[in-house]
Ligand binder design. Structure first.
Ligand code: NAD
Ligand code: UDP
Length: 321
């Protein structure tokens, strides 16, 4: 098949492209490189069945594809809050353009939505029928409400124009290729521990999250795309941890000597989050396989290698000076 992946140079998108290319598909990666990097897709750049398109999805584009995985959107609070109006444009105008493309070429369209549509949830664990508790005017709204509109657009294009849609609500995902300084909790803690810095726990660390390893998530996306259910479907790991437990797990793995530093909790930070994945289990026969301990090992190994390369380059340039 010919498959378009928007946001394909990013963290999840590049892992998805690896799987699609390995399965023998023709893949187009569309990205504006806001948070994505060529190094994530380097291994495919000379492959004739791979195309890289530098493009901002807020502008229309004409392409031909059988399937569209729509992932383009900054995902970490630091990045989506840096230019909130642009985040909304990406979610609204960008999703509109990609749905228009799907409609024109009759491609199946999968939206990478998010657990953030549930906001600070009053229902726990979160089921897909829960309508959420989102602050429409807070600092997370550009992302949360943006994704809610993106879901609405997907369902309206389906009802009005018969576009064949799939909607995944992705919960916190981690793994190799996360950006070192993107402010997300796993990357922050791992980098801090590797550099011997204190781990920055926001609030008292009693808020919870459920962390899904990226290979599990990608498997879920592919099953959803190729299955018969539109969704929305929660994709995440139901094992729930407090942020303090996560900090301690990373301390123990990297350096038990590192200290914890408590910092203020950001505005509208959800108290608890855990997916109910009954729907994914029933519809897609999917559930995560990688436990947090092994996923963290793989992630730490990747960050360690990247930091070593950075260090070597810094030392070499200092010597050259
Ligand atoms: P990421 O920031 O690594 O990837 C996003 C990609 O989209 C980047 O390559 C970026 O350059 C590109 N992009 C952003 N705006 C664009 C635009 N206007 N035009 C073209 N490209 C653009 O993030 P990620 O973690 O890989 O997330 C991918 C998708 O999954 C996002 O839609 C995100 O909302 C969703 N998601 C991720 C998580 C998670 O925990 N990582 C959780 C829920 C949902
Ligand atoms: N967090 C933290 N220290 C950090 C970064 C994040 O304690 O250095 C907390 C953050 O306040 C939130 C949780 O970890 O409660 C997950 O944050 P992240 O930004 O990774 O994801 P999201 O809040 O979008 O789920």
């Amino acid at each position: 098949m010919r498959i378009l992946v928007t946001g394909g140079a990013g963290f999840i998108g590049s892992h998805l492209i690896d799987r699609l290319m390995e399965a023998g598909h023709e893949v187009m990666c569309l990205d504006n490189f806001y948070t994505g990097h060529k190094r994530n897709i380097l291994r495919w750049l000379n492959n004739p069945y791979f195309e890289l398109i530098r493009h901002d999805i807020t502008e229309p584009i004409r392409l031909e594809a059988d399937q569209i995985y729509h992932l383009a959107c900054p995902a970490s609070p630091i990045h989506y809050q840096y230019n909130p109006v642009k985040t909304i444009k990406t979610n609204v105008m960008g999703t509109l353009n990609m749905l228009g493309l799907a409609k024109r070429v009759k491609a199946r369209f999968l939206l990478a939505s998010t657990s953030e549509v549930y906001g600070d949830p009053e229902v726990h664990p979160q089921i897909e029928d829960y309508r959420g508790n989102v602050n429409p005017i807070g600092i997370r709204s550009c992302y949360d409400e943006g994704k809610r509109v993106a879901e609405t657009l997907a369902f309206d294009y389906h009802r009005q124009n018969d576009v064949d849609i799939r909607v995944a609500r992705i919960f916190n995902t981690y793994g190799p290729r996360m950006l070192e300084h993107d402010g997300r909790v796993v990357s922050n803690f791992v980098v801090q521990a590797l550099l011997g810095q204190s781990l920055t726990v926001y609030g008292d660390g009693s808020q919870t999250r459920s962390f899904c390893y990226v290979s599990d998530l990608v498997e879920g996306l592919i099953r959803l795309m190729n299955g018969e259910h539109k969704g929305p479907v929660n994709l995440g790991n139901p094992d729930e941890y407090t942020i303090l437990e996560l900090a301690q797990a990373i301390q123990n793995k990297v350096n038990p000597e590192t200290a914890l530093k408590f910092e203020p909790l950001p505005q509208d930070d959800p108290r608890r989050r855990k997916p109910d994945i009954t729907r994914a289990k029933t519809w897609l026969s999917w559930e995560p396989k990688v436990p947090l301990a092994s996923g963290l090992d793989l992630t730490i190994q990747d960050f360690r290698q990247r930091l070593e390369v950075e260090n070597r380059l810094l030392t070499e340039s200092a010597v050259a000076l």
